[in-house]
Design a protein around this ligand. Structure first.
Ligand code: GLN
Length: 248
């Protein structure tokens, strides 16, 4: 049986709005294709985590307090995460996780949390805690060479700047900053986004894109995931897109 490995970082601290559901969805959609997704965890204090052996490294979102709590431990993982990223492991990060892999996050208390510095972007939050980007969001992203509407929910004070290659174009909602035209950060093996949801339950095509990337990388042959019954997911998407974009 084919096998993929996912590392879930700080599942006990970074899990807003069902973010851990992204791991469940990947496991489920892998299983539908006969792939066993083995999930391991990294929590604060772990010293023997194998980053380079991972196909996917995943970080969910978290409040400023949780981000502060784990920042030092995350910095101690910098070499391992960087090596995995450079070897082509897929990095999936939501909101607080997205922010912490950039240069820094200046939080709503005015405290600077040093990021891993893997990417150039940085994030600044207003010290007025009421100033937040909150609500449903739809973006258009390029998934496997095709435009795809990615649906989610955002709730962040942080405004992310200097994003060179955004994940998508905002169709409804805020994105990287208040009323921004762009959302998230993307590379061939990176998706970093403000979209909670969980992201992958609302956007099955993105989930399959990550699985395809990992299987293709492992086998060296183009992997096309077999079609599965997404009738319910597609019906939910239609309702949400109609509600948020007025699309029929
Ligand atoms: N604490 C960060 C912010 O408010 C991230 C929040 C989140 O992960 N939803 O910007």
């Amino acid at each position: 049986m084919a096998e993929l490995k996912l590392l879930h970082m700080y599942p006990n601290l970074l899990d807003l709005y069902g973010d851990s559901g992204n791991v469940e969805i990947l496991k489920y959609r892998c299983a539908l294709r006969g792939i066993d997704l083995k999930v391991s965890r990294h929590i604060i204090g772990d010293r023997d985590t194998d980053f380079e052996g991972m196909d996917i490294i995943y970080l969910g979102g978290g409040a400023d307090l949780e981000q502060q709590m784990l920042a030092e431990d995350l910095l101690s993982c910098a070499d391992g995460i960087k090596a995995a990223y450079e070897k082509g492991s897929f990095l999936l990060m939501i909101c607080g996780g997205y922010q912490l892999l950039g240069q820094y996050y200046l939080d709503s208390n005015g405290e600077k949390i040093k990021g891993l510095g893997l990417f150039d972007y940085y994030t600044v939050a207003s010290t007025d805690k009421r100033k937040r980007c909150i609500g449903n969001i739809v973006i258009e992203a390029d998934i496997g060479g095709e435009p795809y509407k990615v649906i989610g929910f955002e709730n962040h004070g942080g405004q992310t700047k200097a994003v060179k290659t955004p994940f998508g174009r905002v169709l409804a909602g805020n994105g990287n900053e208040f009323s921004s035209s762009t959302e998230g950060y993307m590379e061939k093996n990176v998706v970093a986004t403000y979209l909670h949801g969980p992201l992958l339950s609302k956007n099955p095509k993105l989930s399959d894109h990550i699985i395809s990337y990992c299987m293709t990388r492992q086998t060296g042959e183009e992997f096309t995931p077999s079609a599965v019954n997404d009738k319910l997911e597609e019906e939910c998407r239609e309702v949400l897109l109609e509600r948020l974009l007025g699309e029929k």
